[in-house]
Design a protein around this ligand. Structure first.
Ligand code: NAP
Ligand code: ZN
Ligand code: ZN
Length: 354
């Protein structure tokens, strides 16, 4: 065990501050890397503030699961990475690798419940009371859960792909977004802006739903063919019964019927936003009268995450970011909550040395 520098919160109401945390020694299958950049996901804020009853926070809490870095050391059994390589890790760092879901490359849905998330999860190595994430100068991760970062991608703008990117790419692929399909993305935040980029790149007719009139131009620039201000009932009404797929990224409870009624027959709305309190119950008639579905989706498996990174390299896709030093993290959280970020904060981890 050795020490690493990090930023942590000590309670739901405390500011994140500089701390020292333990990291395990590099085992036979492990990759150690120096963290260069870490994205700031709304899930970091939900966790730091202990907002999810289903997943209580263990303190100190070191968030961060959009991690890009440079490999410093590998274990003797590691074959795919060597010191000096750019590497990345996302929301999970372990799973059973044996169950049906793991065998089908869906480690995030491990049937044995053995998915270990990058932070605030049981630490199988007992290095600490909980896993510690990427707001830190280095991390040790099992090779299976480490991704290659294509050389052509800007490493800072790649970091958000590890959560925001894959969380939108996976459902868009699973529900066949593509040419001839009308796809809606609800909310233009970190996840939503990646959804607009991917749906457009996949060839779907892409419609952004936003509550912010100030984001209309950006929505079009990012790839939306149309932007609907969701507070405007007339604008919403124009799209009734017309969508094949809607991916909803909103981080707060809201009326889902406003969107299910826009789905065509057999259309699906996929919830990826994870609000702290439940949405109002949806109207069942809205679903059964057109065989519509409401579904959910969680991040993506490791193989699909690598596929997404390679797709991004091929199509020159990264996140639109605001680069900040770690000392600005508390301010950044307040801005994310206000929807005031274009469109993902990324921490320059060199600032930890300051
Ligand atoms: P974010 O950057 O804060 O974006 C959320 C967007 O939702 C906002 O920019 C805003 O867009 C819209 N919004 C916020 N509050 C709203 C309200 N009260 N009514 C309507 N719209 C509202 O957050 P994020 O990082 O993209 O994360 C979004 C959610 O996804 C979070 O709950 C996060 O925990 C969850 N998440 C889930 C997964 C998964 O695997 N399923 C992965 C990562 C994150 P407009 O201004 O355009 O309306
Ligand atoms: Zn995330
Ligand atoms: Zn499993």
């Amino acid at each position: 065990m050795s020490n690493a520098r990090a930023f942590a919160a000590n309670s739901p109401t405390s500011r994140l501050e500089s701390v020292t945390i333990p990291r395990r020694e590099v085992g036979p299958d492990d990759v150690e890397f120096e963290i260069l950049f870490c994205g700031v996901c709304h899930s970091d804020i939900h966790t730091v503030r202990n907002e999810w009853d289903i997943w209580p926070t263990v303190y100190p809490c070191v968030p961060g699961h959009e991690i890009v870095g440079r490999v410093t050391k590998v274990g003797p059994k590691v074959t795919k990475f060597k010191p000096g390589d750019l590497a990345a890790t996302g929301c999970m760092i372990d799973s059973c690798l044996k169950c049906r879901s793991c065998q089908e490359h869906l480690e995030q849905y491990c049937d044995n419940g053995a998915t270990i998330f990058t932070y605030n999860s049981h630490d199988p190595y007992n290095t600490a009371p909980t896993t510690y994430g990427g707001y830190s100068d280095r991390i040790v991760v099992k090779e299976h859960f480490v991704l290659h970062v294509p050389k052509t991608l800007d490493p800072a703008a790649t970091a958000p792909l590890l959560c925001a990117g894959i969380t939108l790419y996976s459902p868009l692929k699973h529900w066949n977004a593509g040419p001839g399909k009308k796809v809606g993305i609800v909310g233009l935040g970190g996840l939503g802006h990646m959804g607009v980029k991917f749906a457009h790149a996949l060839g779907a007719h892409t419609v952004l739903f936003t509550t912010s009139t100030s984001k209309i131009e950006d929505g079009k620039r990012l790839g939306a063919s149309e932007v609907v201000v969701s507070k405007n009932a007339d604008e919403m009404q124009r799209h009734i019964r017309s969508f094949d797929l809607i991916v909803n990224t909103v981080a707060a409870p809201h009326n889902l019927d406003a969107y299910t009624s826009l789905l065509g027959r057999d259309g699906t709305m996929v919830l990826v936003g994870a609000p702290a309190t439940p949405h109002p119950s949806p109207a069942v008639f809205n679903l059964l009268m057109a065989r519509r579905s409401i579904a959910g989706s969680g991040i993506g498996g490791i193989a699909e995450t690598q596929e997404m990174l390679d797709y991004c390299a091929k199509h020159c896709i990264t996140s639109d970011i605001e680069l900040i030093p770690i000392q600005k993290i508390n301010e950044a959280y307040e801005r994310v909550i206000k929807g005031d970020v274009k469109y993902r904060f990324v921490i320059d981890m060199q600032s930890l040395k300051a």
